[in-house]
Design a protein around this ligand. Structure first.
Ligand code: NCD
Length: 305
C-alpha cells in the first residue's frame, strides 16, 4: 500500500491492521507522540472542509510531526492556472506525505501517478472518500462491536454522497451485511454502485423511500446531507433538501442499540434533540476520524511504534 485513493486499495486485512492500530493509539497516546518527528504532512484542499483537514492536521501534530498546506483553491496557485500535476510535484519537494481534496473526480489518482510520496484522497468530487470510510468502519467496530452481520440504512443524498459510495464499497467485502438504501428517486445511488459493487459482491440490498418503515430493522443508520454544491440547479436542491429529518419521533421504533452515524457537516437532517440520545454517535465518529488518520499516516510512512 503506497497511496490511498479508493477504499478498495485496502484489503480487509489491511483495514483490520489500521483499525487495530487506531484502537491502540486511543489507549496509548503517549507511545505514539513522537513517531513522526521531522516528518511533514501537506494538506492540499481545493474544496472546503472542516473535519477532514483539521483531523489530518491534528493527527500529524499528535504524532509529533508538522503540517503545511492550503485550505482553498483560491489561496493556492491553482487560481493562477497551475495544474494538479505541477502542484504536487512541487509540494513533494517540501513534504513527506500529502492529503488532497479536490472537486474533480480522479484528481488525487492523477496526483499519485506523478509523485513518489504517499497521496491520500481526502475526497474527490462525488466519487470517493476513503479516510471517512476508515472513520466509519472504526466507529462501527467500536460502537456496534463487529464489521459483519448487521443491517445498515443509508439515508439522504445517495447520488452525490461520496462517503456513501466509499462505505458501500468497503462493506461489500464483509459477511452478512444487509444494506437499505433510503432516498427519493432523484437521489438514488449511481448504477455503477449497484452493478459493480453490490451485485458483484452478492450483497443483499433494497431501495426504499421511507425512513420510518425501515427503522425497526436497522443496526446502523448512516444519515447524510443533500450535497448542494453538486446540484445543477438550486430549485432541485431546495425541493429535496428536507426530504428526511431524523427526530426523536422517528426514533420511537428504532432498536435500543442502533448506532446513528453522519459524516458531518449536518445541515437540517438530524434534529439537535437527537444529539443527547445515546444512539447518536456522530460526534464520537468525528473524534475517531483523528485516530484512524494517525494510524493511516503511520502505515503509509512505514512507521511502527
Ligand atoms: C463529507 C464530505 O466531504 O464528503 N464530509 C466529511 O468529510 N466529513 C460529507 C459532506 O460533505 O456532506
Amino acid at each position: 500500500m503506497k497511496h490511498l485513493i479508493d477504499p478498495m486499495d485496502l484489503t480487509t486485512e489491511e483495514i483490520s491492521e489500521i483499525l487495530d492500530l487506531a484502537d491502540d493509539i486511543i489507549l496509548n497516546k503517549e507511545k505514539y507522540s513522537q513517531i513522526c518527528q521531522g516528518k511533514k504532512l501537506a494538506t492540499l484542499f481545493f474544496e472546503p472542509s472542516t473535519r477532514t483537514r483539521l483531523s489530518f492536521e491534528a493527527a500529524m501534530m499528535e504524532l509529533g510531526g508538522n503540517v503545511l498546506g492550503f485550505s482553498s483553491a483560491d489561496s493556492s496557485s491553482a487560481s493562477k492556472g497551475e495544474s494538479v500535476r505541477d502542484t504536487v510535484r512541487v509540494v513533494e519537494c517540501y513534504a513527506d506525505i500529502i492529503a488532497m481534496r479536490h472537486p474533480k473526480e480522479g484528481a488525487p489518482l492523477l496526483a499519485s501517478l506523478n509523485v513518489d510520496i504517499p497521496i491520500i484522497n481526502a475526497g474527490d468530487g462525488g466519487h470517493n472518500h476513503p479516510t471517512q470510510t476508515l472513520t466509519d468502519l472504526l466507529t462501527i467496530r467500536r460502537e456496534v462491536g463487529r464489521l459483519d452481520h448487521f443491517t445498515i440504512g443509508f439515508c439522504g443524498d445517495l447520488k452525490f454522497g461520496r462517503t456513501v459510495h466509499s462505505l458501500i464499497k468497503a462493506l461489500s467485502r464483509y459477511e452478512g451485511i444487509k444494506i437499505v438504501l433510503i432516498s427519493p428517486n432523484e437521489l438514488k445511488v449511481p448504477d455503477y454502485i449497484k452493478t459493480d459493487i453490490l451485485d458483484k459482491g452478492n450483497v443483499e440490498y433494497i431501495e426504499v423511500k421511507s425512513l420510518e418503515n425501515s427503522m425497526p430493522e436497522l443496526d446502523v443508520l448512516y444519515m447524510t446531507r443533500v450535497q448542494r454544491e453538486r446540484f445543477f440547479n438550486e430549485a432541485d436542491y431546495v425541493r429535496l433538501k428536507d426530504t428526511y429529518i431524523l427526530d426523536m419521533n422517528k426514533l420511537q421504533n428504532a432498536k435500543e442499540e442502533l448506532a446513528i452515524l453522519h459524516p458531518l457537516p449536518r445541515v437540517n437532517e438530524i434534529s439537535v434533540k437527537v444529539d443527547d440520545d445515546k444512539r447518536a454517535k456522530y460526534f464520537v465518529q468525528a473524534l475517531y476520524g483523528k485516530y484512524v488518520r494517525m494510524a493511516l499516516i503511520m502505515k503509509l510512512l512505514g512507521l511502527e511504534a
